[in-house]
Design a protein around this ligand. Structure first.
Ligand code: SAH
Ligand code: SF4
Ligand code: F3S
Length: 440
Protein backbone atom coordinates (compact mmCIF):
# COMPACT_ATOMS: atom_id res chain seq x y z
CA UNK A 1 0.00 0.00 0.00
CA UNK A 2 1.35 3.40 -0.99
CA UNK A 3 1.65 5.98 1.70
CA UNK A 4 1.36 9.43 0.18
CA UNK A 5 3.10 11.17 3.06
CA UNK A 6 6.23 12.98 1.80
CA UNK A 7 5.49 11.97 -1.80
CA UNK A 8 5.61 14.55 -4.59
CA UNK A 9 2.71 15.86 -6.68
CA UNK A 10 2.39 17.93 -9.82
CA UNK A 11 -0.84 19.53 -11.06
CA UNK A 12 -1.33 20.68 -14.67
CA UNK A 13 -4.27 23.00 -15.33
CA UNK A 14 -6.03 23.87 -18.59
CA UNK A 15 -8.99 26.18 -19.14
CA UNK A 16 -10.80 28.92 -17.32
CA UNK A 17 -10.49 30.58 -13.90
CA UNK A 18 -12.99 28.07 -12.61
CA UNK A 19 -10.52 25.32 -13.39
CA UNK A 20 -7.57 27.27 -12.03
CA UNK A 21 -9.47 27.58 -8.75
CA UNK A 22 -10.46 23.91 -8.83
CA UNK A 23 -6.76 23.07 -9.12
CA UNK A 24 -6.18 25.07 -5.93
CA UNK A 25 -8.72 22.77 -4.28
CA UNK A 26 -6.99 19.72 -5.74
CA UNK A 27 -3.70 21.00 -4.35
CA UNK A 28 -5.41 21.34 -0.97
CA UNK A 29 -6.46 17.69 -1.10
CA UNK A 30 -2.97 16.50 -2.12
CA UNK A 31 -1.27 18.53 0.59
CA UNK A 32 -3.67 17.24 3.21
CA UNK A 33 -2.40 13.74 2.33
CA UNK A 34 1.07 14.99 3.31
CA UNK A 35 2.41 15.50 -0.20
CA UNK A 36 4.61 18.33 -1.44
CA UNK A 37 4.81 19.93 -4.86
CA UNK A 38 7.49 19.28 -7.48
CA UNK A 39 8.08 21.29 -10.68
CA UNK A 40 8.73 18.43 -13.06
CA UNK A 41 5.80 16.07 -13.75
CA UNK A 42 8.14 13.24 -14.75
CA UNK A 43 9.62 13.21 -11.23
CA UNK A 44 6.29 13.31 -9.42
CA UNK A 45 4.61 10.39 -7.65
CA UNK A 46 1.15 11.77 -8.43
CA UNK A 47 0.39 13.84 -11.54
CA UNK A 48 -3.05 15.43 -11.95
CA UNK A 49 -4.25 16.82 -15.29
CA UNK A 50 -7.19 19.15 -14.72
CA UNK A 51 -8.56 19.41 -18.24
CA UNK A 52 -10.67 21.75 -20.41
CA UNK A 53 -12.74 20.93 -23.51
CA UNK A 54 -13.96 24.37 -24.56
CA UNK A 55 -12.11 24.08 -27.90
CA UNK A 56 -10.46 21.24 -29.75
CA UNK A 57 -7.03 22.83 -29.31
CA UNK A 58 -7.32 22.69 -25.51
CA UNK A 59 -8.15 18.99 -25.69
CA UNK A 60 -5.33 18.16 -28.09
CA UNK A 61 -2.81 19.97 -25.90
CA UNK A 62 -3.91 18.10 -22.79
CA UNK A 63 -3.98 14.75 -24.57
CA UNK A 64 -0.48 15.15 -25.94
CA UNK A 65 0.92 16.24 -22.56
CA UNK A 66 -0.71 13.31 -20.82
CA UNK A 67 0.64 10.94 -23.49
CA UNK A 68 4.14 12.32 -22.94
CA UNK A 69 4.13 10.82 -19.44
CA UNK A 70 3.81 7.27 -20.76
CA UNK A 71 7.54 6.66 -20.94
CA UNK A 72 8.11 7.96 -17.40
CA UNK A 73 5.32 5.80 -16.08
CA UNK A 74 7.00 2.82 -17.76
CA UNK A 75 10.17 3.62 -15.79
CA UNK A 76 8.27 4.26 -12.57
CA UNK A 77 5.15 2.06 -12.43
CA UNK A 78 4.35 3.44 -8.97
CA UNK A 79 3.50 6.81 -10.52
CA UNK A 80 -0.22 7.64 -10.23
CA UNK A 81 -1.69 9.63 -13.15
CA UNK A 82 -5.05 11.33 -12.71
CA UNK A 83 -7.17 12.98 -15.42
CA UNK A 84 -10.08 15.10 -14.19
CA UNK A 85 -12.17 18.11 -15.17
CA UNK A 86 -14.21 18.85 -18.25
CA UNK A 87 -12.63 16.51 -20.84
CA UNK A 88 -13.66 13.19 -19.26
CA UNK A 89 -17.06 14.62 -18.34
CA UNK A 90 -18.12 14.81 -22.03
CA UNK A 91 -20.52 12.17 -23.29
CA UNK A 92 -19.03 12.04 -26.79
CA UNK A 93 -15.52 13.33 -26.24
CA UNK A 94 -12.84 13.12 -28.89
CA UNK A 95 -10.57 11.02 -26.71
CA UNK A 96 -11.57 7.78 -25.04
CA UNK A 97 -9.33 7.62 -22.00
CA UNK A 98 -10.23 4.02 -21.28
CA UNK A 99 -8.77 2.68 -24.50
CA UNK A 100 -6.40 5.44 -25.63
CA UNK A 101 -4.54 6.05 -22.38
CA UNK A 102 -4.26 2.70 -20.57
CA UNK A 103 -1.50 4.03 -18.30
CA UNK A 104 -3.78 6.64 -16.73
CA UNK A 105 -4.87 5.36 -13.28
CA UNK A 106 -7.77 7.58 -12.26
CA UNK A 107 -10.29 9.26 -14.59
CA UNK A 108 -12.93 11.43 -12.95
CA UNK A 109 -15.11 14.31 -14.13
CA UNK A 110 -16.13 17.70 -12.80
CA UNK A 111 -18.59 16.50 -10.14
CA UNK A 112 -16.35 14.38 -7.92
CA UNK A 113 -13.04 16.19 -7.53
CA UNK A 114 -13.77 16.37 -3.80
CA UNK A 115 -13.43 12.55 -3.77
CA UNK A 116 -9.87 12.61 -5.13
CA UNK A 117 -8.32 11.81 -1.74
CA UNK A 118 -10.36 8.66 -1.32
CA UNK A 119 -9.72 7.54 -4.92
CA UNK A 120 -5.98 7.91 -4.29
CA UNK A 121 -6.34 5.86 -1.11
CA UNK A 122 -8.27 3.21 -3.01
CA UNK A 123 -5.67 2.94 -5.76
CA UNK A 124 -2.86 2.66 -3.22
CA UNK A 125 -4.53 -0.42 -1.78
CA UNK A 126 -5.41 -2.11 -5.04
CA UNK A 127 -3.90 -0.92 -8.28
CA UNK A 128 -6.97 -1.36 -10.49
CA UNK A 129 -7.89 1.66 -12.58
CA UNK A 130 -10.70 3.95 -11.43
CA UNK A 131 -13.23 5.43 -13.87
CA UNK A 132 -15.87 7.47 -12.15
CA UNK A 133 -17.80 10.08 -14.08
CA UNK A 134 -20.88 11.22 -12.13
CA UNK A 135 -23.94 12.38 -14.11
CA UNK A 136 -25.02 14.84 -11.44
CA UNK A 137 -23.21 17.02 -8.94
CA UNK A 138 -23.22 15.73 -5.37
CA UNK A 139 -24.90 18.07 -2.91
CA UNK A 140 -22.16 18.66 -0.40
CA UNK A 141 -19.18 18.91 -2.69
CA UNK A 142 -17.73 21.94 -0.88
CA UNK A 143 -13.97 21.71 -0.54
CA UNK A 144 -12.66 23.95 2.18
CA UNK A 145 -8.98 23.11 2.15
CA UNK A 146 -7.92 25.44 -0.68
CA UNK A 147 -4.21 26.06 -1.26
CA UNK A 148 -3.91 29.33 -3.19
CA UNK A 149 -0.94 30.15 -5.41
CA UNK A 150 -1.27 33.88 -5.54
CA UNK A 151 -0.79 36.19 -2.56
CA UNK A 152 -2.81 39.11 -3.95
CA UNK A 153 -5.64 37.60 -5.99
CA UNK A 154 -8.04 34.99 -4.67
CA UNK A 155 -10.98 33.25 -6.31
CA UNK A 156 -14.29 32.47 -4.64
CA UNK A 157 -17.00 30.38 -6.31
CA UNK A 158 -20.46 31.90 -6.06
CA UNK A 159 -22.34 29.80 -8.62
CA UNK A 160 -21.56 26.54 -10.40
CA UNK A 161 -22.86 25.32 -13.77
CA UNK A 162 -24.68 27.10 -16.59
CA UNK A 163 -28.27 27.10 -17.89
CA UNK A 164 -27.70 29.23 -20.98
CA UNK A 165 -26.94 26.64 -23.66
CA UNK A 166 -25.28 28.91 -26.18
CA UNK A 167 -25.33 26.73 -29.29
CA UNK A 168 -21.53 26.54 -29.63
CA UNK A 169 -20.72 25.81 -26.00
CA UNK A 170 -19.95 22.56 -24.19
CA UNK A 171 -19.92 24.03 -20.67
CA UNK A 172 -23.58 23.34 -19.74
CA UNK A 173 -23.05 19.67 -20.66
CA UNK A 174 -19.91 19.22 -18.56
CA UNK A 175 -20.71 21.50 -15.62
CA UNK A 176 -24.43 20.80 -15.14
CA UNK A 177 -27.19 23.20 -14.16
CA UNK A 178 -26.77 26.40 -12.15
CA UNK A 179 -26.24 25.97 -8.40
CA UNK A 180 -25.73 29.07 -6.26
CA UNK A 181 -23.67 28.80 -3.11
CA UNK A 182 -25.27 29.88 0.17
CA UNK A 183 -24.61 33.55 0.95
CA UNK A 184 -23.27 32.75 4.43
CA UNK A 185 -20.59 30.43 2.98
CA UNK A 186 -19.49 33.03 0.42
CA UNK A 187 -19.36 35.79 3.03
CA UNK A 188 -17.34 33.66 5.44
CA UNK A 189 -14.83 32.81 2.72
CA UNK A 190 -14.45 36.42 1.57
CA UNK A 191 -13.95 37.57 5.19
CA UNK A 192 -11.31 34.94 5.76
CA UNK A 193 -9.44 35.98 2.59
CA UNK A 194 -9.60 39.66 3.49
CA UNK A 195 -8.16 38.83 6.93
CA UNK A 196 -5.37 36.89 5.25
CA UNK A 197 -4.47 40.04 3.28
CA UNK A 198 -5.76 39.26 -0.24
CA UNK A 199 -6.39 42.53 -2.05
CA UNK A 200 -8.43 41.34 -5.03
CA UNK A 201 -11.17 38.77 -4.59
CA UNK A 202 -12.77 37.48 -7.79
CA UNK A 203 -16.27 36.05 -7.52
CA UNK A 204 -16.49 33.17 -9.97
CA UNK A 205 -19.28 31.65 -12.02
CA UNK A 206 -20.02 30.82 -15.66
CA UNK A 207 -22.75 33.40 -15.36
CA UNK A 208 -22.41 35.32 -12.10
CA UNK A 209 -25.47 37.45 -12.84
CA UNK A 210 -27.67 34.37 -12.39
CA UNK A 211 -26.60 34.21 -8.76
CA UNK A 212 -29.50 33.48 -6.41
CA UNK A 213 -32.13 32.54 -9.01
CA UNK A 214 -32.19 28.96 -7.68
CA UNK A 215 -32.10 29.96 -3.99
CA UNK A 216 -35.63 31.42 -3.93
CA UNK A 217 -34.79 33.74 -1.05
CA UNK A 218 -34.81 37.06 -2.87
CA UNK A 219 -31.03 37.12 -3.25
CA UNK A 220 -29.61 38.29 -6.56
CA UNK A 221 -26.14 39.18 -7.81
CA UNK A 222 -26.45 42.94 -7.23
CA UNK A 223 -27.48 42.31 -3.61
CA UNK A 224 -24.66 39.83 -3.11
CA UNK A 225 -22.09 42.28 -4.47
CA UNK A 226 -23.47 45.12 -2.39
CA UNK A 227 -23.50 43.04 0.82
CA UNK A 228 -19.98 41.71 0.29
CA UNK A 229 -18.64 45.20 -0.27
CA UNK A 230 -19.71 46.11 3.29
CA UNK A 231 -17.05 43.77 4.69
CA UNK A 232 -14.34 45.65 6.62
CA UNK A 233 -10.80 45.71 5.26
CA UNK A 234 -8.61 46.84 2.36
CA UNK A 235 -9.76 44.85 -0.67
CA UNK A 236 -11.67 44.99 -3.93
CA UNK A 237 -14.18 42.62 -5.48
CA UNK A 238 -14.05 41.51 -9.09
CA UNK A 239 -16.45 39.11 -10.77
CA UNK A 240 -16.60 36.95 -13.85
CA UNK A 241 -18.25 36.07 -16.12
CA UNK A 242 -21.23 38.32 -16.82
CA UNK A 243 -23.82 37.62 -19.51
CA UNK A 244 -25.31 40.61 -21.37
CA UNK A 245 -28.83 39.28 -20.89
CA UNK A 246 -28.58 39.26 -17.07
CA UNK A 247 -26.03 41.98 -16.36
CA UNK A 248 -28.19 44.97 -15.48
CA UNK A 249 -28.62 48.48 -14.09
CA UNK A 250 -28.71 47.24 -10.50
CA UNK A 251 -25.23 45.74 -10.84
CA UNK A 252 -23.97 48.89 -12.59
CA UNK A 253 -25.34 50.92 -9.68
CA UNK A 254 -23.40 48.82 -7.14
CA UNK A 255 -20.24 49.17 -9.28
CA UNK A 256 -20.70 52.92 -9.26
CA UNK A 257 -21.55 53.32 -5.60
CA UNK A 258 -19.20 50.87 -3.88
CA UNK A 259 -15.53 51.80 -3.81
CA UNK A 260 -14.74 48.18 -2.98
CA UNK A 261 -16.10 46.95 -6.30
CA UNK A 262 -13.33 47.05 -8.94
CA UNK A 263 -13.96 49.32 -11.90
CA UNK A 264 -13.69 46.64 -14.54
CA UNK A 265 -16.17 44.52 -16.42
CA UNK A 266 -15.73 41.41 -18.55
CA UNK A 267 -18.83 41.24 -20.75
CA UNK A 268 -18.51 38.66 -23.54
CA UNK A 269 -20.32 39.79 -26.68
CA UNK A 270 -19.22 36.88 -28.97
CA UNK A 271 -20.28 38.62 -32.20
CA UNK A 272 -21.22 42.05 -33.50
CA UNK A 273 -23.99 40.73 -35.74
CA UNK A 274 -27.59 40.16 -34.64
CA UNK A 275 -28.24 37.21 -36.92
CA UNK A 276 -25.18 35.38 -35.61
CA UNK A 277 -26.10 36.24 -32.02
CA UNK A 278 -29.53 34.74 -32.62
CA UNK A 279 -28.02 31.54 -34.00
CA UNK A 280 -25.68 31.44 -31.03
CA UNK A 281 -28.76 31.52 -28.75
CA UNK A 282 -27.37 34.54 -26.93
CA UNK A 283 -30.83 36.18 -26.49
CA UNK A 284 -29.69 39.79 -26.96
CA UNK A 285 -29.16 42.22 -29.80
CA UNK A 286 -26.19 44.48 -30.45
CA UNK A 287 -28.44 47.41 -29.61
CA UNK A 288 -28.98 45.96 -26.14
CA UNK A 289 -25.25 45.31 -25.75
CA UNK A 290 -24.41 48.90 -26.71
CA UNK A 291 -26.91 50.26 -24.25
CA UNK A 292 -25.31 48.25 -21.43
CA UNK A 293 -21.86 49.49 -22.40
CA UNK A 294 -23.06 53.07 -22.68
CA UNK A 295 -24.68 53.01 -19.25
CA UNK A 296 -21.63 51.34 -17.69
CA UNK A 297 -19.22 53.88 -19.19
CA UNK A 298 -21.42 56.76 -18.10
CA UNK A 299 -21.96 55.53 -14.55
CA UNK A 300 -18.65 53.89 -13.69
CA UNK A 301 -15.82 56.41 -14.13
CA UNK A 302 -12.77 55.13 -16.06
CA UNK A 303 -14.21 51.63 -16.25
CA UNK A 304 -12.06 49.02 -17.97
CA UNK A 305 -13.95 46.78 -20.38
CA UNK A 306 -13.06 43.39 -21.78
CA UNK A 307 -14.88 40.84 -23.92
CA UNK A 308 -14.78 37.45 -25.65
CA UNK A 309 -15.28 37.03 -29.41
CA UNK A 310 -15.81 33.96 -31.56
CA UNK A 311 -14.89 34.31 -35.23
CA UNK A 312 -16.02 31.90 -37.90
CA UNK A 313 -19.26 30.72 -36.28
CA UNK A 314 -21.27 28.70 -38.86
CA UNK A 315 -22.72 30.91 -41.56
CA UNK A 316 -20.71 34.01 -40.50
CA UNK A 317 -20.48 36.10 -43.67
CA UNK A 318 -17.70 38.58 -44.38
CA UNK A 319 -20.22 41.30 -43.61
CA UNK A 320 -21.16 39.74 -40.26
CA UNK A 321 -17.49 39.50 -39.36
CA UNK A 322 -17.01 43.18 -40.27
CA UNK A 323 -19.87 43.99 -37.89
CA UNK A 324 -17.74 42.51 -35.11
CA UNK A 325 -14.77 44.69 -36.10
CA UNK A 326 -17.09 47.68 -36.12
CA UNK A 327 -18.19 46.85 -32.60
CA UNK A 328 -14.59 46.65 -31.35
CA UNK A 329 -13.84 50.06 -32.87
CA UNK A 330 -16.92 51.56 -31.30
CA UNK A 331 -16.62 50.13 -27.77
CA UNK A 332 -12.79 50.21 -27.51
CA UNK A 333 -12.26 47.32 -25.10
CA UNK A 334 -9.09 47.26 -23.02
CA UNK A 335 -8.81 43.56 -23.68
CA UNK A 336 -10.32 41.20 -26.22
CA UNK A 337 -10.11 37.41 -25.98
CA UNK A 338 -10.79 36.14 -29.47
CA UNK A 339 -11.20 32.53 -30.56
CA UNK A 340 -11.80 30.66 -33.78
CA UNK A 341 -15.06 28.73 -33.58
CA UNK A 342 -14.37 25.11 -32.66
CA UNK A 343 -16.93 22.36 -33.27
CA UNK A 344 -17.96 20.64 -30.04
CA UNK A 345 -19.65 17.28 -30.47
CA UNK A 346 -23.06 17.23 -28.81
CA UNK A 347 -23.72 20.97 -29.15
CA UNK A 348 -26.32 22.24 -31.68
CA UNK A 349 -23.90 24.41 -33.71
CA UNK A 350 -21.77 21.38 -34.46
CA UNK A 351 -24.35 20.19 -36.97
CA UNK A 352 -25.28 23.62 -38.40
CA UNK A 353 -24.83 23.88 -42.16
CA UNK A 354 -22.35 26.36 -43.62
CA UNK A 355 -19.41 25.65 -41.38
CA UNK A 356 -16.57 28.08 -42.09
CA UNK A 357 -13.23 26.86 -43.41
CA UNK A 358 -10.26 26.91 -41.05
CA UNK A 359 -8.26 29.20 -43.35
CA UNK A 360 -11.07 31.77 -43.32
CA UNK A 361 -11.39 31.57 -39.53
CA UNK A 362 -7.66 32.06 -39.27
CA UNK A 363 -7.63 35.08 -41.53
CA UNK A 364 -10.51 36.67 -39.63
CA UNK A 365 -8.88 36.03 -36.27
CA UNK A 366 -5.64 37.65 -37.40
CA UNK A 367 -7.41 40.64 -38.83
CA UNK A 368 -9.37 41.10 -35.62
CA UNK A 369 -6.24 40.86 -33.47
CA UNK A 370 -4.48 43.44 -35.68
CA UNK A 371 -7.40 45.85 -35.37
CA UNK A 372 -7.50 45.38 -31.60
CA UNK A 373 -3.77 46.04 -31.30
CA UNK A 374 -4.28 49.33 -33.08
CA UNK A 375 -7.19 50.24 -30.77
CA UNK A 376 -5.06 49.39 -27.75
CA UNK A 377 -2.28 51.74 -28.79
CA UNK A 378 -4.80 54.49 -29.08
CA UNK A 379 -6.25 53.64 -25.64
CA UNK A 380 -2.91 54.28 -23.96
CA UNK A 381 -3.13 57.95 -24.99
CA UNK A 382 -6.65 58.06 -23.66
CA UNK A 383 -5.38 57.13 -20.17
CA UNK A 384 -3.04 60.13 -19.94
CA UNK A 385 -4.35 62.75 -17.52
CA UNK A 386 -6.77 60.32 -15.87
CA UNK A 387 -6.64 59.13 -12.26
CA UNK A 388 -7.03 55.47 -11.33
CA UNK A 389 -7.30 53.82 -7.96
CA UNK A 390 -4.43 51.33 -8.11
CA UNK A 391 -2.82 48.61 -6.08
CA UNK A 392 0.82 49.59 -5.61
CA UNK A 393 3.16 46.70 -6.40
CA UNK A 394 6.91 46.25 -6.75
CA UNK A 395 7.85 43.92 -9.62
CA UNK A 396 11.53 43.08 -10.18
CA UNK A 397 12.49 46.17 -8.19
CA UNK A 398 10.21 48.43 -10.24
CA UNK A 399 7.33 50.23 -8.51
CA UNK A 400 4.01 50.33 -10.37
CA UNK A 401 0.36 50.98 -9.86
CA UNK A 402 -1.95 48.25 -11.07
CA UNK A 403 -5.35 49.47 -12.29
CA UNK A 404 -8.46 47.37 -11.68
CA UNK A 405 -8.35 46.42 -15.35
CA UNK A 406 -4.76 45.18 -14.96
CA UNK A 407 -2.88 48.05 -16.64
CA UNK A 408 0.54 48.84 -15.18
CA UNK A 409 1.50 52.45 -14.46
CA UNK A 410 5.18 53.07 -13.74
CA UNK A 411 5.78 55.11 -10.60
CA UNK A 412 8.81 56.85 -9.05
CA UNK A 413 10.68 54.36 -6.86
CA UNK A 414 9.90 56.18 -3.61
CA UNK A 415 6.23 55.26 -4.16
CA UNK A 416 7.30 51.77 -3.10
CA UNK A 417 6.51 52.68 0.52
CA UNK A 418 2.86 52.20 -0.47
CA UNK A 419 3.49 48.63 -1.63
CA UNK A 420 0.46 46.37 -1.27
CA UNK A 421 -1.92 49.26 -0.58
CA UNK A 422 -4.45 50.99 -2.80
CA UNK A 423 -3.75 54.58 -3.83
CA UNK A 424 -4.92 57.06 -6.46
CA UNK A 425 -2.46 57.31 -9.32
CA UNK A 426 -2.49 60.07 -11.93
CA UNK A 427 -1.20 59.08 -15.36
CA UNK A 428 1.21 61.74 -16.62
CA UNK A 429 2.63 60.30 -19.78
CA UNK A 430 3.78 57.35 -21.87
CA UNK A 431 7.32 55.93 -21.75
CA UNK A 432 8.38 52.99 -23.97
CA UNK A 433 4.73 52.15 -24.73
CA UNK A 434 4.01 52.05 -20.97
CA UNK A 435 2.08 54.45 -18.80
CA UNK A 436 3.89 56.47 -16.17
CA UNK A 437 2.42 58.48 -13.35
CA UNK A 438 2.51 59.62 -9.74
CA UNK A 439 0.57 58.89 -6.58
CA UNK A 440 -1.83 61.73 -5.93
N1 SAH B 1 -19.24 31.44 -19.10
C1 SAH B 1 -18.40 32.29 -19.78
C2 SAH B 1 -17.19 31.63 -20.37
C3 SAH B 1 -17.38 30.53 -21.31
S1 SAH B 1 -15.96 29.89 -22.05
C4 SAH B 1 -19.22 33.06 -20.75
O1 SAH B 1 -20.35 32.77 -20.97
O2 SAH B 1 -18.73 34.02 -21.29
C5 SAH B 1 -15.04 31.28 -22.52
C6 SAH B 1 -15.17 31.69 -23.94
O3 SAH B 1 -14.81 30.66 -24.81
C7 SAH B 1 -16.56 32.07 -24.38
O4 SAH B 1 -16.94 33.34 -23.99
C8 SAH B 1 -16.46 31.95 -25.88
O5 SAH B 1 -16.01 33.14 -26.45
C9 SAH B 1 -15.39 30.87 -26.06
N2 SAH B 1 -15.96 29.62 -26.56
C10 SAH B 1 -16.89 28.83 -25.99
N3 SAH B 1 -17.18 27.78 -26.79
C11 SAH B 1 -16.42 27.91 -27.90
C12 SAH B 1 -16.27 27.16 -29.11
N4 SAH B 1 -16.99 26.07 -29.33
N5 SAH B 1 -15.37 27.60 -30.02
C13 SAH B 1 -14.66 28.73 -29.81
N6 SAH B 1 -14.78 29.46 -28.71
C14 SAH B 1 -15.64 29.08 -27.76
FE1 SF4 C 1 -21.08 28.64 -22.45
FE2 SF4 C 1 -22.94 30.42 -22.98
FE3 SF4 C 1 -22.89 29.20 -20.58
FE4 SF4 C 1 -21.01 30.95 -21.20
S1 SF4 C 1 -23.21 31.41 -20.97
S2 SF4 C 1 -20.71 28.96 -20.27
S3 SF4 C 1 -20.72 30.66 -23.39
S4 SF4 C 1 -23.32 28.24 -22.56
FE1 F3S D 1 -12.90 24.70 -20.11
FE2 F3S D 1 -14.46 23.50 -18.45
FE3 F3S D 1 -13.74 26.00 -18.03
S1 F3S D 1 -14.56 23.34 -20.64
S2 F3S D 1 -13.49 26.80 -20.06
S3 F3S D 1 -12.42 24.25 -18.02
S4 F3S D 1 -15.70 25.09 -17.52
Amino acid sequence: MMNYKDKKYHVVTYGCQMNVHESEKITGILQSLGMTSIDKPELADVVVFNTCCIREGAEDRAFSNISALKKYKAKNPEMVIVVCGCMPQQKQGKYDFKTKLPFVDIVIGTHNINMLGSYLQQISENRSRIFEILEQPVDSCEITNVVRDDKINAYVNIIYGCNKFCTYCIVPYVRGRERSRAYEDIEAEVKELVNKGYRYITLLGQNVNSYGKDLNNGMDFATLLSKLSQIEGEFKLKFMTSHPIDFNKNVIKVMKQQPKVAKCLHLPVQSGNDEILFKMNRHYTIKHYYSLIKTTKRQVKNVSLSTDIIVGFPNESEQAFEDTIKLLKKVKFDQVFAFMYSKRTGTPACTFPDQIEESVKNRRLNKLLREQKFINKHLLNYCVGKTYNCLIIVKNGVTMGLTDGGREIYLPNDSGVMENHFANVKVEGIRNHKLSGVIK
